[in-house]
Design a binder for this molecule. Structure first.
Ligand code: A2P
Length: 270
């Protein structure tokens, strides 16, 4: 007769040197998008806007992908906003997580979409498409953003209206938040646009900048390196096209060790 199985025979093996955190909540928006919240390890420090490597055990191997932390640095939980790729090595599994499940996270966060990488300015533009809104979900909930800028403009472009919901919920949450509401006041402007359905603001953000409609709608002057700063997060093509427009307006790209007028980062894709 075999010896009775011990508990550890069934335990998921956690790789050394990574955090194993518990999923607290999951919300599905569309068949392509969802967000989840999980516990935050006591020792995990990050700057709002940075990303971490998030993973799951798939069979006996960990699979990781880069994820911007969508929650702000002060939050005691961690939030992430994700796409679902049917055959994605990680997201095909991650989209099935439920509260109580374990998610892995590597210990060191990093990234360029941080306030430290920008020189002081008056107005901060955050340009995002799809899940590229995630690092800005963190930054627009961080009081430091409003200490450094008088005006914060979050643009979010998606193919369909339903994909904008995460951004709408976020802004609503800030407006009703016990301490953020007062800090943010009317400094935050949300500019959602849609490219493949009817909506109040239609078109790619790049086209809306080129035509001047974005600035007219917001009632602000065109981009000016003396006052305006930018952060861009989206697909490779979106980064390239948006960056070209900022450079044309005279803004230069910065980095952690060399702050300047704008910074870019590719949104998580697979
Ligand atoms: P479009 O519908 O015209 O392609 P995706 O889901 O493919 O990442 O796209 C997210 C959003 O980003 C879509 O609304 C898409 O518009 C837009 N987009 C794609 N490429 C660019 C680009 N080069 N510049 C600006 N916006 C873009």
């Amino acid at each position: 007769m075999n010896a009775p199985a011990k508990n550890e025979d069934f335990a998921v093996k956690i790789p050394d040197g990574v955090y194993a955190e518990t999923v607290l909540a999951v919300e599905h928006y569309t068949d392509r998008l969802f967000r989840f919240r999980m516990t935050r390890p006591a020792g995990f420090r990050f700057r709002s806007g940075e990303f971490a490597m998030i993973g799951l055990m798939v069979g006996d191997k960990p699979v990781y992908r880069a994820y911007s932390v969508a929650s702000p640095a002060w939050d005691e939980e961690l939030e992430f906003f994700s796409i679902k790729v049917p055959d994605g090595p990680l997201t095909s599994h991650l989209q099935k997580i439920k509260p109580g499940d374990t998610v892995l996270m590597r210990k060191k966060p990093t990234g360029t979409l941080v306030l430290d990488a920008l020189t002081p300015g008056k107005r901060l533009y955050m340009f995002s498409t799809g899940t590229g809104i995630a690092p800005f979900a963190s930054l627009i909930r961080d009081p430091e953003t409003y200490e450094k800028f008088d005006e914060v403009i979050l643009t979010h472009t998606c193919r369909e209206v339903a994909e904008l919901k995460y951004g709408f919920d976020l802004v609503e949450e800030i407006r009703n938040h016990e301490f953020l509401a007062e800090i943010v006041g009317d400094k935050l402007k949300h500019y959602p646009t849609v490219t493949r359905e009817e909506f109040s603001h239609k078109g790619r953000i790049t086209d809306l900048m080129t035509s001047g409609k974005l600035f007219a709608d917001l009632g602000v002057p065109p981009l000016d390196p003396a006052t305006d700063r930018g952060m861009i997060c989206g697909s490779t093509d979106m980064l390239k096209d948006t960056k070209a427009l900022l450079e044309k307006a005279g803004l230069t790209e910065g980095a952690n060790n060399k702050p300047a007028e704008f910074v870019i980062e590719r949104a998580f894709v697979g």
